[in-house]
Design a protein around this ligand. Structure first.
Ligand code: PPE
Length: 306
């Protein structure tokens, strides 16, 4: 991985290699922790963090859902993230920020109330999530053999690390089978999300994306819906079945890391022309203009670090 200089841990900046935890940390054994994924882009006015407030709020909401008591306010964490980007003196086009909270050392056994909560903000330069070529030409998606867990036994709206076991199994399977990413269905067969991104498709000129019934309330998905509607496209949030995906005119994934990544194939069905579709391309370039500070209309989503 691309190392950086400093990591913020429990209120203090530590050199990258000194931000450590004990092997008997609770989360390593029982998997309860929460993460965020936030991104800063190098604009003409220096780095700007995209939708910082929304990401930090979601971190604290995820933590509340899974009973992890983070002792910092949104404002404190926002300021610390700005300082983190400044202090690391990054030079790249964009910087990925990973705020997280986990249960540290001192208690064993499932009951976690007394386990200490460790709060961390890390940042590093991370290249295109699904490859540069994926952004240009599109990726190949496989529908996973496992479902996304239902609301009766899981909290999909929490960006909980435990939810990524399901994601990991699906992603590994997809790559073993020669695909780039996995798409997960729910227990009724409706599309939920990819292992680390949201799904959109275009059918009959309409942009369609599923509701967050049992999935993360994605910030990029909301952004893309807003952009598309402002551009005059019809956007529907409704359930999608597998067969519809196979005959979509275009498809793409969205996420903080995935940005807008076109999908060119799903389970051996070529989507549209087998490359980045025209609507996908327009949305993608608009999204990049926004995050890089080249679109005044969406300036309110940017937090400049200096
Ligand atoms: N669903 C899942 C399961 C998910 O992990 C992400 C983001 C999204 C949807 C999109 O959410 P948002 O970023 O708010 O639009 N995945 C993060 C982590 C990816 C990783 O591999 O790590 C991310 O994009 O930062």
């Amino acid at each position: 991985m691309n190392e950086a200089k400093f990591i913020w841990m429990n209120g203090k900046f530590k050199p990258w290699h000194e931000a450590q935890t004990h092997v008997l940390s609770h989360t390593l054994h029982y998997g309860n922790g929460v993460i965020e994924g936030t991104k800063a882009y190098k604009t003409a006015k220096g780095y700007a963090i995209f939708r910082l407030e929304d990401h930090t709020r979601r971190l604290l909401e995820s933590a509340k859902m899974v009973l992890v008591n983070v002792p910092y306010s949104v404002d404190t964490l926002n300021e610390a993230q700005k300082e983190l980007v400044r202090k690391n003196e990054f030079t790249g086009d964009n910087v990925y920020i990973r705020p997280f909270a986990f249960l540290g050392y001192g208690v064993m056994g499932v009951y976690h109330k007394e386990a200490p909560v460790e709060t961390v903000l890390a940042a590093w330069e991370w290249g295109a999530y699904l490859g540069e070529e994926g952004l240009q030409k599109g990726i190949r998606l496989k529908i996973a053999s496992m479902n996304r867990p239902s609301n009766t036994s899981n909290m999909g709206k929490a960006k909980a690390v435990a939810n990524y076991l399901n994601s990991q199994m699906a992603k590994y399977e997809a790559i073993e089978c020669g695909y780039d990413e996995a798409l997960l269905l729910d227990d009724q067969g409706y599309v939920t999300e990819a292992s680390g991104a949201c799904f959109f498709m275009i059918r009959n000129g309409v942009i369609v994306t599923p509701p967050a019934d049992n999935t993360l309330e994605s910030i990029t998905q909301k952004t893309v819906i807003e952009i598309a509607r402002n551009m005059g496209y019809t956007v529907e949030r409704r359930r999608i079945t597998r067969d519809e995906v196979y005959v979509a005119e275009e498809a793409f994934l969205t996420g903080t890391a995935a940005e807008i990544t076109p999908v060119r194939e799903v389970d051996a069905r070529i989507i549209g022309g087998g490359s980045r579709g025209p609507i996908t391309q327009i949305l993608q370039s608009t999204y990049f203009d926004i995050v890089f500070g080249r679109n005044a209309k969406y300036e309110h989503y940017l937090t400049y670090v200096s």
